[in-house]
Design a protein around this ligand. Sequence first.
Ligand SMILES: [Zn+2]
Ligand SMILES: [Zn+2]
Ligand SMILES: [Zn+2]
Ligand SMILES: [Zn+2]
Length: 442
Amino acid sequence: MVPWTVSSRQCNVCKIETALRKNDLHLCSGCRLVRYCGSQHQRLDWEIHKPFCVAVKQIIKERKVSHILELQGPITSWTQFDRAVTLAKFVLISILGRELERHEVEFLSFPIHCEICFTRGDKNFISCSKCNAVSYCNEEHQKQDQDNHSKWCNYLYVYYNFYEVENCTIDLDFEEAPIFDSESVPDDLFTLIETTAKLGKDQTISRFPKTLVEYQSYAAVCTFSCVATILDGIFMSNLIIDDNDVLTIYIIGALNEDQFLQLPHCAFLSSQLPTIKTFNFYLIGPEVDTSEPITFSVRTHKRDNKININFCGETFENFAQNIHSSAELEKMPHMIVAFNCGFYENAGKPTDTWKPGIKAFFQFDRIPILFTSYTLLESRLDLREFSVCANELGRKYKIIVNTEESFYRDYRPFRNMELIDRDDLVYFQNGYMQLVIIESKG
Ligand SMILES: [Zn+2]
Ligand SMILES: [Zn+2]
Ligand SMILES: [Zn+2]
Ligand SMILES: [Zn+2]
């Protein structure tokens, strides 16, 4: 699969970008959101684009406005812009009777407009020459936005370029890796992996890659975010894996976390935990496809260590109940993890599927529970949701890490399409970390 991102500045078919200061892509005259390099690619895309385009056109006509983002009049502030995008998405979803595709959300959320005065269009617009992700109606407005944009420019540049892992171009041999402890462990993902994998100086991984090779190295390092976060949780909670050489970790609300538990990731974790000979991961959640466990071994500390990955396609509350009623002690966890958890997302709504799962945590007292969130705001809301559940159950817990920016966040940026927080124009997987330990009952 060739990875690519979509953008209002690209031909929707061949992904050719708008040349700077010029307008050689033409705008779809129906929806006035999507661009093409020429009529040939517009025709090619029509079958896919048609329902969306027709829906936009219908709304524009019915509401007698000139653009889908002007249903409530012209935009003059970010608040109005956010509202306009939310309203446009809402109306489109109800007309189309389906969720919007990612590229459709991108076109709506990041149209070509002046970042300062919200004038729309692209004729004679100036784009940032580095990221080509923002535009201005004139040089003065570009200047005005310089300070703010410079915080995000590099991330936007990375976002709009390839950053998936196709082939890992760096040698990730962890067999002879230096072993860190909680005192000596580097406080960012790149240094941690660079040092552990003993990469030479000439292989230093660029935080803002420019070539495909650099992107792949960068992406490869970023995939260590989950295991590095687990390691951090083990250190931060002073987890003592006491009486045996087995480490059991539940990953709940799991989606595709097994892609972060491939051989190099497990070898890294194993390299840092010399006493552990067997690692048991349980991926638990209704979206997990129940399938046969995956078992392999990683060579560290001059021996072969065993990795078992179990897939449990059920809710955590069901899983927890079965574990307790069957008293399968070997399945009891040393740590429970929820990556990018979103506990708060449906709180208080009938669709709140997390609450019973969060309450099931309280069957595992004195076990570190680590959860991560994309943004600072979300991390606070997620922790609040946890505390609401604790209160309802009349239970106490100790906070070890309180919504802190994670050292080991994934550095591949996502653009914040939800617009919930202008302080996070981009966000990162495992961006913030919470670590709690539930106290024993009574
Ligand atoms: Zn094209
Ligand atoms: Zn269109
Ligand atoms: Zn302007
Ligand atoms: Zn830029």
